[in-house]
Design a protein around this ligand. Structure first.
Ligand code: ZN
Ligand code: ZN
Length: 127
């Protein structure tokens, strides 16, 4: 994979963010606006996902969110369906033990899960 300027900028922005970011918002970040257009941002993100550096949240039909895949870093998320804001939830992972069971019963490796809550954030409720 070529270490393009855009790719480095994407990794830098993702590292700075403490929560996942939607790809269209990512493309609007000042660091990326000059170096690439939204579709190349998406292409690079998919590549980074393939090599395991980036994790994609969300599901088909909704916006995708991207975050760096850091070992040991794990949060559940809440996503605003109005403005697309996504926040880390300050709760202990409720399915940590379950994940261990899944690991031993399926013998899969590099298991992870996503537990996303959706709703309307206070700012959007007020508007
Ligand atoms: Zn909102
Ligand atoms: Zn969890």
């Amino acid at each position: 994979m070529r270490r393009t300027h855009a790719l480095q900028q994407i990794l830098r922005v993702l590292f700075k963010k403490e929560h996942p970011i939607g790809w269209s918002n990512l493309a609007k970040e000042p660091e990326l606006q000059d170096s690439c257009n939204p579709s190349s941002v998406f292409r690079i993100l998919v590549k980074l996902e393939e090599i395991g550096l980036v994790r994609r949240l969300g599901s088909p039909g909704r916006s995708y969110y991207f975050m760096l895949s850091l070992p040991g870093e794990h949060h559940e998320h809440i996503i605003c369906t109005e403005c697309g804001k996504i926040e880390n939830l300050d709760i202990d992972c409720p399915v940590h033990e379950l994940e261990k069971d899944v690991r031993s019963s399926t013998r899969y490796r590099e298991i992870y899960h996503q537990l996303d809550f959706f709703g309307v954030c206070p700012t959007c409720v007020a508007n």
